[in-house]
Write a protein that binds this ligand. Structure first.
Ligand code: GLN
Length: 568
């Protein structure tokens, strides 16, 4: 039976619980332990697939095609785990199951209640993660903040779970905030005391506190927190702000967090080794030899979380090339109203990410036209590929009004459309192509050169496809179809002849990129962007820690590449 770690959050949201959980996973894996991570989300949606990025940030897609919370992205990037739908549980799923059972009469006439029926179902989902698998440790991150109404059933289930498996088999870790009050010039522990008090009311005594802080915690202060919150003083861990999220496992290890976890779980202590992670990931991010500026042209650029995996994958591509990637976030809608050159003159690469709906599309197309004509390396992802096809159709093939039927059902040239089969099942819903599917890579193409293999498994999340009616004529005009589904029916990757590096995929490569295994397409994209920055004097800046963003007032603002909220 595996041991269990529950991670809760207190005081405020956005303390970086996902990164803390992923970092603990990394720390334990480095000791040779087999770790599984799971997110318990208190919202009532069945999954975040239908949520607006403004509400929820990116939707992360797993190999098995589940649309999940973006924290699963952190789990996969930090650890070797390949996650699936069992690794993300929501209140919506729990109630769905319980109500379905009730309708089937499975509760034999009983009154169905939060305790025990809902909490039993939650415990069942916690056990399901390790069923039939050999994990040493299961880490369950409870979404939300202690004190929220919604998360109560999850906390109650965690409490019961701890009691059932025995205290030596479970550890409760609470991530909290120690704010610095400037007027008083002091760090304050009271919010943490209250938050731990709330947990205790529910029956959970945390064993370890991870304290987010912008200033160093003194020994005295740690002692005070330990005393008031009833934990050992070596279990008060400072989680200070760091400049790269990938440093977090290192600062946890420095303070012996792994030792405390092993002690609490009655596990033999093995030192474990994070040297390679430090050398090959963290040092490369903190001290890159070069810098390269890349524009991400999207609809949700003001949001830190909307293109999370893409921003991370760009950082990974930078690691592979010993380059710090400065991300210039460009609003597609603003670009629609201005000249592409104004926004893209100073960048060495352009990326258009995935998305849904017409808003901002014309701006994305403009950006792609600029990248194609100015021979700036381009990476298009999902909608970014579809827009590249539309741009090619309109401006190279001369098909006026070419479009995707997602945006204009009556377009004279539906270069992106639904497959006929999909048109028929449309009313049934669920026509989205989701999860990992094979893609055949054609030899002597940029894609093949990047992957260096014949077939790749890549994750999808889309409805519309390249319309094969246009394949031959576009090929004659210099569009190469370098990746196809195994039967050759669906276009997976396109690229341009007569361009240094213009590649776009129908799938989402960003979901499979890791800091220690950068995705081949991001690796190559950043490499070509860097080559361009070397060959042209395009006025790139030399800062290494910030990226530019366009705010809604129309002024350029400097934003930290990693907001403190992302850092544990
Ligand atoms: N909206 C497009 C489609 O459904 C692209 C989706 C995406 O970029 N994830 O096909």
């Amino acid at each position: 039976m595996p041991k269990h770690i529950f991670i809760t959050g207190g005081v405020v949201s956005s303390l970086g619980k996902g990164i803390a959980s992923a970092s603990i996973g990394k720390l334990l894996e480095a000791k040779g332990l087999k770790v599984a991570l799971q997110k318990l989300d208190p919202y009532i949606n069945v999954d975040p697939g239908t949520m607006n990025p403004y509400q929820h940030g990116e939707v992360y897609v797993t190999e098995d095609g589940a649309e999940t919370d973006l924290d699963l992205g952190h789990y996969e990037r930090f650890t070797s785990g390949v996650l699936s739908r069992v690794n993300n549980v929501t209140t919506g799923q729990i109630y769905n199951t319980v109500i379905t059972k009730e309708r089937h009469g499975e509760y034999l006439g009983g009154t169905v209640q939060v305790v025990p029926h809902i909490t039993n179902e939650i415990k069942e989902r916690i056990r399901e993660v390790s069923r039939g698998k050999r994990y040493d440790i299961v880490i369950s991150e409870v979404g939300g903040t202690v004190g929220d109404i919604e998360s109560l059933p999850f906390l109650e289930a965690a409490r019961q779970f701890g009691q059932e498996v025995g205290r030596e088999n479970v550890v409760f870790i609470h991530l909290t905030l120690i704010p610095f009050v400037r007027a008083a010039g002091e760090l304050k522990t009271k919010p943490t005391q209250h938050s731990v008090g709330r947990l205790r009311e529910i029956g959970i005594q945390p064993d370890i506190l991870l304290c987010r802080t912008e200033k160093k915690l003194s020994k005295d202060l740690k002692g005070k927190i330990a005393l008031f919150c009833n934990v050992q003083s070596d279990a008060v861990i400072e989680a200070r702000d760091v400049s790269s999220i990938y440093e977090v496992p290192l600062i946890f290890k420095e303070q012996g967090l792994d030792r405390v976890i092993c002690k609490e779980l009655h596990l033999e202590y093995r030192a474990g080794d994070l040297q390679e992670w430090k050398r090959e990931v963290v040092d490369k991010i903190l001290h890159p030899k070069h810098t390269v500026k890349i524009a991400v042209v999207g609809k949700y650029i003001q949001l830190q979380d909307a293109y999370k995996s893409i921003y991370e994958a760009l950082v990974h591509g930078g690691i592979a090339n010993d380059a710090g990637v400065l991300i210039k976030r460009v609003s597609a809608e603003r670009l629609e109203r201005g000249k592409a050159e104004k926004y893209l003159r100073d960048v060495s690469g352009v990326l258009v990410p995935g998305g849904f709906g017409y808003r901002g599309i014309e701006g994305k197309i403009k950006a792609i036209q600029y990248a194609r004509e100015q021979k700036i390396p381009y990476l298009g992802i999902c909608l970014g590929m579809q827009c590249a096809v539309i741009e090619f159709a309109r401006n190279v093939a001369g098909l006026k009004g070419a479009n995707s039927t997602e945006f204009n059902k009556k377009t004279p040239h539906p270069v992106i459309s639904l497959l006929e089969e999909q048109e028929q099942v449309k009313d049934l819903g669920g026509s989205m192509r989701l999860g990992a599917l094979p893609c055949h890579l054609k030899k002597d193409t940029l894609a093949h050169e990047a992957y260096k293999m014949e077939e790749a498994m890549e994750r999808h999340r889309h409805r519309y496809e390249f319309n094969n009616k246009y394949k031959e004529s576009f090929a004659r005009l210099g569009l190469r179809f370098s990746g196809l589904s195994p039967a050759g029916k669906l276009v997976e990757i396109i690229e341009l002849e007569n361009h240094p590096w213009f590649v776009a995929s129908q799938f989402h490569p960003e979901f499979k990129s890791k800091p220690d295994h950068p995705h081949p397409l991001f690796h190559e994209f950043v490499r070509h962007a860097f080559l361009r920055s070397q060959s042209s004097s395009n006025g790139e800046g030399s800062q290494k820690t910030s990226s530019e963003s366009d705010n809604s007032s129309g002024e350029k603002v400097e934003v930290k590449e990693r907001a403190p909220s992302e850092v544990a």
